[in-house]
Design a protein around this ligand. Structure first.
Ligand code: GCW
Length: 834
């Protein structure tokens, strides 16, 4: 139905005012996520009677989970009367029960699920190598059943590919979460462990269901207070809350602690007093928490102190900690994220990408066996797209873990749907060709390639109190991480389908639409942010969110893309660049050393290329930059349509939760598209051969409007506003920008691009020929205290009837620190209100 002019609908205003997805509105911590166990529409293929052989709390907890899951799936309130049963126990317990029967020999986290027919009854046995193996068997059975699988003849045997399957939370004692986008910490508030740890137990349950075995609860920055005796005592409750799920507690530590909180004059890791301090501290931790998992270390990095202060190496520091932990079977995850953030950007040889390999490769073989080097997947920092870190191939005598990021720091901060599994899978499968042999990253980090007993996958999770990750679809990333840590041979597609069936619906059409959206979302995000290996072209010194292309240039952080008027990209070759390419094995280096053989999607990471260079697909670099941004933004718009097609086929609550997020994303993808295309258009001077970049014939710029109260200002960075300018209001009663519509009569969508700032809820009203048509509140929670690409937001009024000569006005009423800033109004083909 057309939204007729003059029809000012108060109801619309009210509905829109409530449309924001601010985290507090969504606050909810008991979200079952993928553990919904929605009732099946067919009979359950396994018995509902559960018998548990052992007394161990983890095993008992597994039995309770199984009972709960089976009843929910079968829609029953009590077990069915059949005498068939599911029997749970460890291999040892099964052996004790039937000494003559063959019992498998299992690794601790391994399980076997198999049917046994007795004279009158059938029995499904879940045998674990340990109580936790039993629990993992339970979750595997429930995962299959929840997807609708027939398990009446099933037999499964699985064990995790990696020993270390940890999530890292970057939670601070004050309750904030570094790079978290889902509210406050589950663990801490006001300098203490929270009283109510039920959400922590619920989190541990979710994690256990995908095989995660430890949570490091505190930020790698500012970790020292966590080793204070009072905090350690409080942490006992956290460990207790997670233990029934086989999830152990780990902590980030500051290597300067012996000095900063221990009262010593030094934290030199080779000083005997320092070693003694760590030994005593670790003993004290284990006295409180006997199954403590270990430490994560960030040192000599981004201002964190480290062994370099004493001329010592990461191996010296790691080994001091590892020696203290070894008697208790604890481990040290020492992060390879060590680099100098005061690099000289004028030095063509300076290259942050080199740092991890340059520092850690020479130390290979010097680490104690319980040290694991934890390396981010790429050599820079969780960018939208990067090559694989060469360090994975550079440590053959050291255990390794890969660090990935579930919290979407550089990938849309959960406001954008970006399913990261395809990116992780690409990294996991990447063949580093160490010694000329097949060495995919997944086999290195599982310990297989170089015969290490330890190895792992670690995710920085950023889970908080607002609905775990705030956006329900973002949870597919947490799920995918756990599944890959368990089995990196799975595919991103398989995981998307598994997750969707358990979380949203088993309807094959729904599953295929949701899985398609998930799988397209990362490539789309790369396309509208930083394609060709340019990395995320965002404000790297601040929010890491919206477009800000020069923020990465001319500073010491080393995330340079080196765009100038002739070309773009970073020469990292051995022949003429920084030599980074030489850190890969010869087989891989050969590919990246030449622009002709470097895959297009990483070209500008490795090479500085003229804009006119022809890519493998025949387009020039500059044309690809333009086209990919239009393509990516169009895909983001399509996600909205895909989602609308699910209306009535998925729960309404989920439908209406996601819809405004996807609409917001589609609008913000346009902000990205326009920022990057107009920036490169101006810099290169080369027009878009399809005429799109920089040309917006349907757009009416606020700075050109008849302004009442509004004043024109230059947006910084300029590319974050259409043509670099916008208008801002400081009149408390409001300001107006007025335009005359000169196009043809018809039904149109009117898109209003405005800036939704923090600390204030500005109000906007669209007025047609003096009649208010629709109002909305700028109440989203977005970064940046000034109008820029972080908070540039699109509101669309659908099917507005327009006639030539109509007067369109946007009225903005500022509030608090939000000046109701306005960028433009765009008249687009009419489409119905979703
Ligand atoms: O990407 C950077 C983040 C920091 C983070 C750091 C790290 C915890 O912006 O917030 O600090 O990485 O991984 O240590």
């Amino acid at each position: 139905m057309p939204l007729h002019r003059f029809a000012f609908a108060a109801a619309v205003v009210a509905a829109l005012a409530g449309m924001s997805f601010s985290p507090s509105a969504a606050a909810q911590t008991a979200d079952p996520a993928w553990l919904r166990y929605a009732p099946l529409d067919h009979p359950l293929s396994v018995p509902t009677r559960v018998v548990v052989l052992g007394q161990d709390p983890v095993e008992r907890n597994g039995a309770a989970e199984l009972e709960r899951g089976l009843l929910a799936l079968s829609g029953r309130t009590t077990p069915d009367p059949s005498s068939d049963s599911i029997v749970l126990g460890t291999a040892q317990q099964f052996h004790a029960r039937k000494p003559k029967a063959a019992t498998p020999s299992l690794e601790p986290d391994e399980f076997v699920i198999s049917w046994h027919s007795l004279p009158m009854v059938r029995e499904l046995d879940i045998v674990g190598g340990s109580p936790r193996g039993v629990l993992y068997g339970v979750f595997a059975l429930l995962r299959n059943l929840s997807q609708g699988a027939d398990m009446s003849h099933a037999s499964l045997r699985e064990h995790p590919a990696m020993a270390i399957r940890w999530v890292d939370q970057w939670d601070n004692a004050d309750g904030s979460i570094e790079r978290g986008y889902a509210g406050r910490s589950l663990f801490f508030e006001g300098g203490h462990v929270r009283q109510d740890l039920a959400p922590v137990a619920a989190y541990a349950r979710l994690l256990a269901s995908v095989g995660v075995n430890a949570v490091n609860v505190n930020n790698v920055n500012n970790a020292a207070p966590f080793l204070q005796p009072q905090m350690l005592h409080e942490l006992v409750r956290v460990a207790d809350a997670m233990r029934p799920w086989g999830v152990h507690l780990a902590l980030s530590v500051d290597v300067a602690s012996p000095k900063s909180i221990g009262g010593l004059a030094t934290y030199d890791p080779l000083d005997p007093a320092v070693k003694a301090w760590w030994n005593a501290k670790v003993d004290a931790i284990y006295a409180l928490i006997p199954d403590f998992a270990g430490f994560t270390v960030k040192a000599d990095s981004e201002g964190q102190p480290g062994p370099a202060s004493y001329g010592r190496t990461p191996a010296d520091a790691a080994n001091t900690l590892a020696a203290a932990l070894a008697p208790h079977h604890g481990v040290v995850l020492y992060r390879a994220f060590v680099y100098n953030h005061h690099l000289d950007w004028r030095d063509p040889k300076a290259d942050r990408a080199r740092a991890a390999y340059d520092i850690f490769h020479p130390l290979d073989g010097k680490f104690l066996p319980n040290v694991i080097i934890q390396t981010k997947e790429g050599p820079i920092d969780f960018q939208a797209q990067e090559p694989v870190s060469p360090l994975f191939g550079g440590l053959t005598r050291t255990s390794q873990a890969m660090e990935i990021q579930v919290t979407q720091e550089y990938t849309g901060q959960q406001r954008h749907l970006v399913y990261l599994a395809p990116m992780w899978k690409w990294v996991l499968d990447f063949d580093l060709r160490v010694g000329g042999a097949h060495t995919p990253v997944r086999q290195i980090i599982s310990g297989q390639s170089f015969h290490r007993t330890l190895g792992g996958l670690v995710a920085v999770a950023g889970v908080g109190r607002d609905h775990w990750l705030n956006s329900p679809l973002a949870m597919a990333n947490l799920y995918a991480f756990g599944r890959f840590a368990w089995d990196p041979n799975l595919t991103a597609e398989q995981i998307a389908v598994e997750w969707t069936r358990q979380t949203i619906s088993r309807d094959p059409d729904v599953v295929s639409i949701v899985a398609k959206m998930l799988l397209q979302s990362w490539p789309a995000y790369v396309d509208y942010t930083g394609p060709l290996g340019m990395q995320t072209l965002t404000d790297i010194t601040g929010s890491h969110y919206g477009p800000n292309i020069e923020a990465s240039e001319r500073n010491g952080w080393g995330q340079w893309h080196k765009a100038d008027h002739l070309g773009v990209g970073f020469d990292r070759t051995v022949a003429t660049g920084t030599g980074f390419v030489g850190q890969y094995s010869p087989d891989v280096a050969k590919i990246y050393e030449s622009a002709a053989t470097t895959p297009d999607n990483l070209l500008l990471f490795f090479h500085h290329m003229p804009y006119t260079w022809k890519l493998h697909d025949g387009q020039t670099v500059i044309q690809y930059i333009y086209s990919s941004h239009y393509q990516g933004a169009a895909e983001a718009a399509q996600f909205v349509n895909d989602w609308i097609s699910l209306k009535g086929r998925i729960p309404d609550e989920l439908y209406y939760n996601m819809l405004p997020r996807l609409e917001y994303q589609a609008g913000h993808a346009i902000v990205w598209r326009d920022a990057i295309t107009q920036y490169f258009l101006k810099l290169s001077g080369i027009p878009d051969e399809t005429g799109r970049a920089g040309h917006f014939p349907r757009r009416m710029e606020a700075e050109d409007a008849r302004l009442a109260g509004y004043t024109v200002f230059d947006v910084n960075p300029w590319e974050d506003a259409s043509r670099g300018k916008a208008v801002t209001c400081s009149v408390p009663s409001g300001c107006t920008a007025q335009f005359t519509y000169t196009g043809r009569e018809g039904l149109y969508n009117l898109a209003i691009q405005y800036f939704d700032l923090q600390d204030g809820v500005a109000k906007f009203t669209l007025i047609v020929n003096g009649q208010p048509l629709v109002s909305w509140a700028a109440n989203n929670d977005l970064p940046s205290p000034r109008p820029d690409g972080d908070n540039s937001t699109r509101y669309t009024a659908h099917q507005v009837e327009l006639h030539t000569g109509d007067i369109l006005s946007v009225q903005g009423v500022p509030d608090g620190h939000d000046p109701a800033a306005l960028d433009y109004l765009e008249v687009l083909p009419g489409t119905p209100q979703p």
